[in-house]
Each structure stands twice: as structure tokens, then as C-alpha cells.
Design a protein around this ligand. Structure first.
Ligand code: IMP
Ligand code: MG
Length: 173
């Protein structure tokens, strides 16, 4: 297994997170923001971005998984669901990467059934080419090509999440 040089450096990441946080801060002025981190992958991005958002917010998490190693299983499981009341909240889902869109689409529909005041999605990475289900994305950090990436919260087989930058993952025999 090889984890190479940065595909996105710490500097590029920090700059982008700040830009997204500024846009979110402007858009959510006077609203009742509930930021929901989708775990595990979004844990690093989530903790970076919420600390840069300049409006009051609630936080909660949702633990979901649809992935077996680097291949999607297409099956979404929820291991922990939002506990906060959402009827009076402007919910912002915070995700690490959107790939086929299956996970986020499932989560989005599930939350919409509970009738939030509003629902928007922020993803750090968007692998658009791989999309199988359309999901409306409101805030996107970087659009990336169809490569498997690790670091900044993203894993291969639950490893490499602690890498401070994003790297393309190449599997060797
Ligand atoms: P989707 O349902 O296919 O959109 O898958 C989304 C989830 O798959 C993400 O939240 C990640 O956990 C995982 N995933 C997709 N692409 C990658 C990648 O390149 N590296 C690491 N995880 C990925
Ligand atoms: Mg994820």
C-alpha cells in the first residue's frame, strides 16, 4: 500500500475550509443552525469548519456507512441518528466526500421526512463523475477526479484518517 504526496495540501485545505465557513456564516445569519457531521469520515472537516463558522449553532452527528473497503456496497446503515429536535432547525449536513451519492441521498430523504425548517448539504470533496443518484450540494470544497483518496478524515479500511492532508491512495499487491 502506498500513500503518496499530497493531492491537496494542508494550506489548500485550510484556505478552502475558511472560504466555506465564511459563506455559511453569511447565509445562516439569524437562522437556527444545526450542523450535523456525518461520521466517521467528516470528523476532521467538521471540527475545522464549525470552529470557523461565526454564527451560533447546535451540533449533532449521524453515523452512517455504505462502504466495504474501497468499494461501495450500495447499502446504507445508520448506527447513530440525530438526537436534536429538528423541526425548528436549519439543518446543514457536513460530509467528507460525495461519491455515488447513495449515502447522502438516503440520509437526506430520511431527514426531510422529519420536517426540518430547511436542509442544506456541505461536502468537502465531490467525485462528480461517479454519481449514481442526484443529490443537491449547496457547498462544495473541491471537485476531484475519480481517484480513491485518503487523509483529512477519509480512510481506506479505517486507516489513514489522521493524515493531515489528502493523498491519492494506490493499492499494491
Ligand atoms: P457514496 O454513497 O458512494 O456517495 O459514498 C460516500 C462515502 O463513501 C463517503 O462518505 C466516504 O466515506 C466513502 N468514500 C467515497 N469515496 C471515497 C474515497 O475516495 N476515499 C475514502 N472514502 C470514500
Ligand atoms: Mg463518509
Amino acid at each position: 500500500m502506498v500513500v503518496g504526496k499530497p493531492f491537496l495540501t494542508v494550506e489548500q485545505i485550510n484556505k478552502k475550509v475558511k472560504e466555506l465557513a465564511d459563506r455559511i456564516s453569511d447565509d445562516y445569519e439569524g437562522k437556527n443552525l444545526l450542523a450535523v457531521g456525518i461520521l466517521k469520515g467528516a470528523f476532521v472537516f467538521f471540527s475545522d469548519i464549525v470552529r470557523l463558522i461565526r454564527v451560533p449553532l447546535y451540533i449533532d452527528f449521524l453515523v452512517a456507512s455504505s462502504y466495504i473497503k474501497s468499494d461501495t456496497s450500495g447499502q446504507v446503515r445508520i448506527y447513530y441518528d440525530i438526537r436534536e429536535e429538528i423541526a425548528d432547525k436549519d439543518v446543514l449536513l457536513i460530509e467528507d466526500i460525495v461519491d455515488t451519492g447513495i449515502t447522502l441521498n438516503y440520509i437526506r430523504e430520511r431527514i426531510l421526512m422529519k420536517g426540518p425548517k430547511s436542509l442544506k448539504i456541505c461536502t468537502f470533496l465531490d467525485k462528480k463523475e461517479r454519481r449514481q443518484t442526484d443529490v443537491p450540494l449547496d457547498y462544495v470544497g473541491f471537485e476531484i477526479p475519480n481517484e480513491f483518496v485518503v487523509g483529512y478524515g477519509l480512510d481506506y479500511d479505517n486507516k489513514f484518517r489522521n493524515l493531515p492532508y489528502i493523498s491519492v491512495f494506490k493499492k499494491t499487491a
